[in-house]
Structure formats: structure tokens, C-alpha cells
Ligand binder design. Structure first.
Ligand code: COA
Length: 422
């Protein structure tokens, strides 16, 4: 691995905001982006003139196919009053927003700009699910994989099967990841499915009772999740509650050069490390139960930050499917290969565990507007490190938060490490 250089100058995060994630009939990506942008402006501690912004980087996977709108960045610049600044769209499938953050940091570190906005947005729910599935499939290898019948739930189902076979995890382990992320998401007012699975289960019972139908006798969440009707198989072993949803949403952050950080923010969050890596499509890989680009991106980020996995206090990882969270926590070195499932079962990744993962609810519960998710993760890290995450705030002192954003089946992975300084 080539050495990961340090930035030519330091970069800090001084503002962050996001729209609610969900399904919003009648709202376009422009509306959602403006919502997130305005929340970002309001989050900057010190009075600040938006005229200081010098460039816009936008993560977006496919506004062309989802909304019939290409060339999105200048439109978003116009709707946020940023024209005529340079505005660029960055596309790396579901890692588009993480890749946009990476590019925004480089632009400031280069000395070209002092103040840049980085956002991500996707509006997916205008299309029916089968068309969404087709659109997402263009992030795979459309020459060799899609004609063979693969879909994204199918790819991750193959990874889950391989992982379970290799290490002894079970579909119930995956269910426990979903339960944990819904528990976290129930404390996030921005989450699309912001309810515990137990709450959703009780609502189903109440609805049956109201309609005079037989009331299902699920004794707990796991029994509910094993019920083929309540939680149908999407691609075995992945069921509905193992999948991130189809979502609309936007997230925006403000990056400045380190020397300006305190002029904007009483508590800036600094970029400590970053790494990005790419890979061939899944059919070309030697194994299915780890994502090599994630391992490499993580190693680069750790090298640059001068820290190791043991120093990371918490992380937002790319749980597009529950299995992806287990792979991520091994690829990032939080747990030994083949043991993340035991750590998840033992509660080590829960809010009060040794390595809290996806405090926001993750993509599973918070939602996964694909081109926005990477910046959405950064918004959570910003809040946690500044002690502003409300009821889901980790109670112990925090120094390092990490984001891990995967494109496709791992053809792209972007990792960032953020630092709170005393
Ligand atoms: N988790 C939990 N509940 C979900 C859900 C999810 N991911 N997606 C939908 N639901 C709920 C809906 O709220 C609805 O509930 P209701 O009947 O009580 O109103 C019900 O399930 C059916 O919703 P619907 O939108 O009709 O589901 P669907 O069958 O069309 O889509 C999936 C479900 C799992 C196929 C779809 O969410 C999907 O494709 N997810 C994966 C997206 C993806 O691949 N992203 C990229 C990752 S790399």
C-alpha cells in the first residue's frame, strides 16, 4: 500500500445539517438539499456570511434515472444562492457523498479554497421499488453480474451466506443488528423508520385488533422477525428488516481551513485521517466475507491519523444490509475476522457497548438516500463529538469518530476519521 500523505494544510468541519430522511411525495432533491443547507447554516456557532463560501461539492448517485434530472450541482448551487460558484457533482454509487467529502477536503487542503460546502442528496421514491432496484443495479457490473440475475439484496445475500457458512453466524445474528439499529434510530428525529422493532410489532398487533382480525402472538421482536408474513424474505437470508429502505433525503456540511476554524465554530471538528480505495466488481473477488476496499481505505485513514481501530470511540458504518455492518466492523479492524457477529450478539456495538456502531440508526433505520448517506454519517459524528446528539448521545468523553461509506458491493469505499480537540 502506498503511504497515505498528510494534508498540505489542516481542514475542519464547522457546520452540519440534514433534512429528515423518508419518503416525501412532492419534494424534489432541490427542496431536500435546501432544507439541509439551511440547517447547516444555522448550526455554525459564529455569525458567518454565506458569501464566504467558495465552492460546492455534491454527492449524488443518479438524479438522472431517479428524477430525470442530470447536471444537478449547478441547480443546487442556484437553489441555495451559491451561483456562480464552481459546483461539482461527485458520483461513486452509494459512496458518492463520502467521495464528495473527500474531494471537498482535498480542495481546501490544496489551498485553492478556504471555505467549501459539501452535500449529498438523493430522491428515490418517485420510482416504484422494481425501478429503484434496476437503477441501483447500474452500480454493479452490468456486463457480467446483472444479466446473471443479481440485484443488490442478492449480492449482499450472497455475502451473508458466505459469512454465515465461514464463521457460524445465523440469520438471527443479522436480526439483532437490525434490532440494535432500530433502537438507535428510535432516538433520531430525522430517521425514516425511527421506531424500535418492538414498537412496530405492537402497532401491528393493535392494527389487527382494531380491524377485528386475529391478533398475532409474537412474544418478542425475534419471533416477529422470524414471521415470514411480518418480515418476508427479500433474498435469503436477508429479510425486509435486514434491508435499508428506499429513501429521499439530503445532508450538508461546511468545511474550512484549520486556521479559520475557530472563527466559525466554538467547537470545530478536525479531519484526522481519510482513505479511499476501489476494487473490481464482486464476481471478480477471491472471497465474499470481507470488502478489500474497506480494509484498505481504513488502513489509509488510520495511517494518516496516526491512530488505530482501538482509538476510535464510535463509528457510523455502511449498513445497507445488516450483514454489511458485520463486514464493516471487521474490515475496519474493530473486531477480528470472523468475530464481529459474536460482538454484535454480546451487545458490544450497542449504544452503551465498547464500540458503539450506527448511533444514528444507520442506513437501516435512519434511511438510505444513496447519494446523501455518506454526508448523513458525518452529520452524526459532528453531533456526537460536539455532545449535541440528544437522547442518543454517548455518555463518555469522545475524541475520535469514524465514517465508512461503501459504493456498490465495495467497488468504492471511503473512510474518514474526525477528531475533537481539547
Ligand atoms: N425496513 C423495514 N420496513 C420496510 C422497509 C425496510 N427497509 N422497506 C419498506 N418497509 C415497510 C413499509 O413501511 C411498508 O410497511 P406497511 O405495510 O406497514 O406500510 C412495507 O414494508 C412495504 O413497503 P414497500 O415500500 O411496499 O416495500 P417494498 O417491498 O417495495 O421494498 C425492499 C422493500 C426491501 C425491497 C426495498 O426497501 C429495498 O429494495 N431496499 C434495498 C435498497 C437498496 O438496495 N439500497 C442500496 C443498497 S447497496
Amino acid at each position: 500500500m502506498a503511504e497515505q500523505h498528510k494534508l498540505a494544510r489542516g481542514v475542519a468541519l464547522v457546520g452540519a445539517g440534514m433534512s429528515k430522511f423518508g419518503a416525501f411525495k412532492g419534494k424534489s432533491s432541490r427542496d431536500l438539499f435546501v432544507e439541509a443547507f439551511n440547517e447547516m447554516l444555522a448550526s455554525v456557532d459564529q455569525p458567518f456570511d454565506p458569501n464566504q463560501i467558495e465552492a460546492l461539492f455534491v454527492g449524488n448517485y443518479s438524479s438522472d434515472l431517479f428524477e430525470g434530472q442530470g447536471h444537478l450541482a449547478p441547480i443546487l448551487a442556484s437553489w441555495t444562492g451559491l451561483n456562480p460558484l464552481p459546483a461539482v457533482r461527485v458520483e461513486d454509487a452509494c459512496a458518492s457523498a463520502g467521495a464528495a467529502v473527500y474531494q471537498g477536503i482535498l480542495a481546501v487542503a490544496s489551498g485553492m479554497y478556504d471555505v467549501v460546502v459539501v452535500g449529498g442528496v438523493e430522491k428515490m421514491t418517485d420510482l416504484p421499488t422494481e425501478k429503484v432496484t434496476d437503477t441501483l443495479a447500474t452500480a454493479a457490473d452490468t456486463q457480467f453480474e446483472i444479466p446473471a440475475g443479481f440485484t443488490f439484496p442478492g449480492f449482499y445475500a450472497a455475502m451473508a451466506t458466505s459469512y454465515m457458512h465461514a464463521y457460524g453466524a445465523t440469520p438471527e445474528t443479522l436480526m439483532k443488528v437490525g434490532i440494535k439499529n432500530h433502537n438507535n434510530g428510535s432516538l433520531n428525529e430525522k430517521a425514516q423508520f425511527g421506531a424500535k422493532i418492538s414498537t412496530l410489532m405492537e402497532a401491528r398487533k393493535a392494527s389487527a385488533a382494531k380491524k377485528g382480525l386475529p391478533i398475532p402472538e409474537w412474544k418478542d421482536e425475534l419471533e416477529f422477525l422470524h414471521d415470514d408474513k411480518a418480515n418476508p424474505v427479500i433474498a435469503w437470508p436477508l429479510r425486509l428488516y435486514d434491508c435499508s429502505p428506499v429513501s429521499d433525503g439530503a445532508a450538508v456540511v461546511l468545511l474550512v481551513s484549520e486556521d479559520l476554524a475557530k472563527k466559525f465554530s466554538d467547537c470545530p471538528i478536525y479531519i484526522a485521517g481519510m482513505g479511499q480505495a476501489s476494487d473490481g466488481a464482486l464476481h471478480d473477488r477471491k472471497e465474499l466475507n470481507s470488502i478489500p476496499s474497506a480494509r484498505l481505505a481504513g488502513q489509509k485513514a488510520y495511517q494518516m491519523a496516526g491512530v488505530g481501530p482501538e482509538d476510535i470511540d464510535f463509528a457510523e458504518v455502511h449498513d445497507c444490509f445488516t450483514i454489511a455492518e458485520l463486514l464493516a466492523t471487521e474490515d475496519l479492524g474493530f473486531f477480528e475476522r470472523g468475530t464481529a457477529w459474536k460482538a454484535a450478539e454480546n451487545g458490544e456495538t450497542s449504544r452503551d457497548g465498547s464500540k458503539p456502531i450506527n448511533l444514528s440508526g444507520g442506513l437501516k433505520s435512519k434511511g438510505h438516500p444513496v447519494g446523501a448517506s455518506g454526508v448523513g454519517q458525518v452529520v452524526e459524528v459532528w453531533k456526537q463529538l460536539r455532545g449535541q446528539a440528544g437522547e442518543r448521545q454517548i455518555k463518555r468523553p469522545l475524541k475520535y469518530g469514524l465514517t465508512h461509506n461503501v459504493g456498490g458491493t465495495g467497488q468504492t469505499c471511503v473512510v474518514h476519521i474526525f477528531e475533537k480537540r481539547d
